[in-house]
Design a protein around this ligand. Structure first.
Ligand SMILES: Nc1ncnc2c1ncn2[C@@H]1O[C@H](COP(=O)(O)OP(=O)(O)OP(=O)(O)O)[C@@H](O)[C@H]1O
Length: 353
């Protein structure tokens, strides 16, 4: 998912700019989280199915009120991590704390503090959105009146009030996903796990979902999400961990991960072979592509380096037909770390399936 570049007088840039400020903010002091406000902590997490080791010693920490994205290709073990942290399956080894509770010693307390929206919807299509919500309210032992109030509030918040009395089977994919998350929130969890929350959604629904996540974090909720989409991790996560071959091969902010890989360059494309040759002679350290009359100049994409390239071109009296700046993005990081292409399908392809 390389982002389309910005264009400046025929230049495109995939520069992501300086690190964005963290999406999350520390939530209010929460009972149940440990002293350092770490919402989720895993040390030495291991899981094997038969002789296939899926998780081979995972260490991670998620501060309360932040978004943590676990990124990995198909089959990397993302769902397994979520299933373990949300008490659905048992690990073979590892010390795990969620919401301040030891997972092995007190799984019930963990369950009471978290919400989980899995890849497979918990929505019952045969009943209405409202009935699904009221069912969740019952499961959470909310008194009837309180349940109706909470359900109506969440349906409103997720733009589902109008559709609330229609069978959920008639909802679009995005609406079902929103209903699924609304149902997860009925019990007021302070930590929520979202397993691939936007897989299969069209771009508009994906953006709606991102806003939902941002709103949750603004309310102090901790979000642990898995995704195959680098852009999603880039957009939402305070910290990203890349899972590959049973291990976390990197952890950090999007900016930190991008700094792990070199490869920034300025690309100049010419239609006039004479201008191409003059530019190639004027610029140092270029890589040539004589078939497309394109030059690649190593660059960090900074304004200063860009100006130097333009000055060289001016001095040589040549005009490039297209100038683009490419700084490493998470796709490059993912490829460098895992040797896999970023994702087997792009988000756009996914929506066409
Ligand atoms: N119950 C099980 N029994 C045996 N193998 C399993 C079981 N559950 C998962 N696996 C295997 O564990 C590996 C990790 O699966 P997991 O679903 O956690 O990956 P994932 O990263 O979530 O993949 P995807 O992106 O496709 O959802 C896969 O090879 C899968 O086949």
């Amino acid at each position: 998912m390389n982002r389309p570049g910005r264009t400046l007088c025929g230049m495109t840039t995939t520069d992501q700019g300086p690190d964005r400020p963290a999406t999350g903010r520390p939530g209010p002091a929460q009972s149940g989280t440990d002293r350092r406000d770490i919402a989720i902590a895993a040390t030495g997490l291991r899981k094997a199915y038969g002789d296939r080791t899926v998780l081979d010693g995972i260490d991670l920490q998620v501060p309360a009120g932040t978004v943590f994205a676990l990124l990995g290709p198909n089959g990397a073990g993302k769902t397994t991590v979520v299933s373990i942290l949300s008490t659905l399956i048992r690990p073979d080894a590892g010390q795990l704390r969620v919401a301040g509770h030891d997972l092995a010693a007190d799984p019930q307390a963990v369950r009471a503090a978290i919400g989980v929206t899995g890849q497979f919807s918990a929505v019952d299509g045969l009943i209405t959105g409202e009935e699904n919500m009221l069912l969740m309210a019952d499961l959470n032992h909310l008194p009837k009146k309180e349940g109706r109030r909470v359900a109506a509030g969440l349906l409103e918040r997720f733009g589902l009030t109008e559709a609330a009395r229609k069978p959920a089977a008639t909802y679009s994919g995005g609406m079902k996903r929103r209903l699924d998350i609304a149902m997860t929130l009925v019990g007021g969890p302070r930590i929520i796990f979202l397993d691939e929350p936007t897989t299969g959604l069209d771009p508009r629904s994906r953006h709606t979902m991102w806003q939902i996540v941002r709103d949750l974090v603004a309310d102090g909720v901790t979000v642990f999400l898995t995704t195959q989409y680098l852009e999603e991790a880039d957009q939402l996560a305070d910290r990203i961990a890349v899972l590959d071959g049973g291990r976390l091969v990197a952890q950090g902010s999007a900016g930190e991960l991008k700094r792990l890989v070199p490869g920034g360059h300025v690309r100049l494309r010419f239609t006039d072979p004479v201008a191409y040759e003059r530019a190639a002679a004027a610029l140092r350290e270029t890589t040539r592509d004589d078939e497309t009359f394109t030059l690649h100049i190593p660059s960090d994409g900074s304004q200063r380096e860009l100006r130097a390239v333009l000055d060289w071109l001016d001095a040589a009296d040549v005009v490039a037909d297209e100038l683009s700046v490419h700084t490493p993005d998470l796709d490059d990081v993912f490829f460098a770390l895992t040797g896999n292409p970023a994702t087997p399908r792009t988000a756009a392809e996914e929506t066409l399936r």
